[in-house]
Write a protein that binds this ligand. Structure first.
Ligand code: ACO
Length: 334
């Protein structure tokens, strides 16, 4: 990143990939085990189904498959990665990093490898880091993976949370480009840890918010204040998009595509309508995958790239919002 500016030029998204578990769990199936209905879930969240991993498929397998596909989609020969960044809040283990195992599995060792934890903002944080490293350092090709197995950390008896989430992975290879027009024009990364209680995963009594009056949930599962997260996500999504556009002197109509974290259909539609963007320029696939946290943005990116709906020269804005609380944006000319 050049000193005093917020843009990095001469870089491109060279390839994208994704991987989701085969097993589809629709709302009707969930309604067989908890007190919910397809109608409630669809109307309140827009989610119709999600993918759930199991058996031999875990975070490493999903992440490796997504990155392998991204490398294969880079063109003639897959580039030798200098670094693998894995954004996840459900790492395989705390040591080694999931990134190191993924790097080895795709044949990228001895590339550098690290996990980052920024919940649903993780992939956007990851591509921002990759842009800075390529712009300022000796790095040429960075693999960024967003992968989650949220099914491992939801309480399947808690209808307020378990219906929202799904498993999956997406990946992108960010590479140096000879064309200075290909650029990350603006990026932001932000957090407010003072609001951590809105979404957290307590390991024991010690992790519970002091303000909590009795805990009836399960440890090591996501605890969420849905209404507060909703309000935060609506306002932060809209403000983050406004700030990115303003910093580049752009209008919503200049964007070829907005790729937001898939949190809730109502949150996304509210932002889309306020921007005045048509459906086909504000991507939503939450109906098919639910909220896959760090994986949601790269899964969307891959679907769009694969369908030829984003390509060279397009202005594309990525936005993530999630636990921490964290939020981030990344505006690219592809
Ligand atoms: N099925 C049926 N009823 C349910 C369900 C369910 N799955 N879940 C909750 N309810 C009930 C509640 O118990 C409550 O019943 P009550 O009035 O008898 O107490 C009623 O529905 C209304 O509950 P609310 O929580 O007020 O429902 P709301 O309209 O706020 O929708 C939801 C809940 C979908 C979680 C919403 O608040 C939301 O989407 N929040 C954002 C959550 C989010 O995006 N989290 C992701 C993590 S962070 C991120 O990605 C940005």
């Amino acid at each position: 990143m050049s000193p005093g500016s917020n843009s990095a030029s001469g870089l491109r998204i060279a390839g994208t990939g994704f991987s989701v578990p085969q097993r589809v769990v629709d709302n009707a199936e969930l309604a067989q085990s908890i007190d919910t209905s397809d109608e409630w879930i669809t109307q309140r969240t827009g989610i119709r189904q999600r993918r759930i991993a199991g058996g031999d498929v875990g975070v490493r397998e999903l992440g490796s498959a997504a990155l392998r596909m991204a490398l294969d989609n880079c063109g003639d020969a897959p580039p030798a990665l200098d670094l693998v960044i894995c954004a996840t809040l459900t790492p395989e283990m705390c040591c080694p990093s999931t990134a190191a195992r993924i790097a080895a599995e795709v044949g990228a060792a001895p590339a550098g490898a690290m996990d980052i934890s920024a919940a649903c903002s993780g992939f956007v944080y990851g591509i921002n880091l990759a842009a800075c490293l390529i712009d300022s350092g000796p790095y040429r090709h960075v693999g960024v993976v967003g992968v989650e197995m949220l099914s491992q950390i939801v309480d399947w008896n808690d209808r307020r949370t378990c219906v929202l989430f799904g498993d999956g992975a997406g990946a992108a290879v960010i590479s140096r480009s000879d064309d200075p027009e290909q650029a990350c024009l603006h990026q932001s990364m932000a957090s407010d840890g003072g609001k951590w209680e809105m979404l957290y995963c307590p390991r024991s009594e010690d992790d519970l918010p002091p303000s909590l009056n009795g805990f009836t949930g399960q440890y090591n599962t996501l605890q969420m204040n849905g209404r507060e997260v909703y309000k935060f996500a609506v306002t932060t999504l809209e403000r983050t998009i406004d700030e990115a556009l303003e910093s580049c002197g752009l209008k919503p109509a200049d964007l070829a595509m907005v790729i937001p974290h898939q949190s809730n259909l109502r949150i996304l539609e509210s932002a889309r309508d306020r921007l005045g963007l048509p459906d086909d320029r504000f991507y939503i696939n939450i109906d098919r995958y639910g909220n896959t946290s760090a994986a949601s943005v790269p899964i969307c990116l891959h679907e769009l790239a694969d369908a030829g709906r984003v390509g060279k020269g397009d202005l594309v804005l990525f936005v993530g919002i999630g636990g921490g609380l964290t939020w981030a944006s990344s505006l690219w000319r592809l």
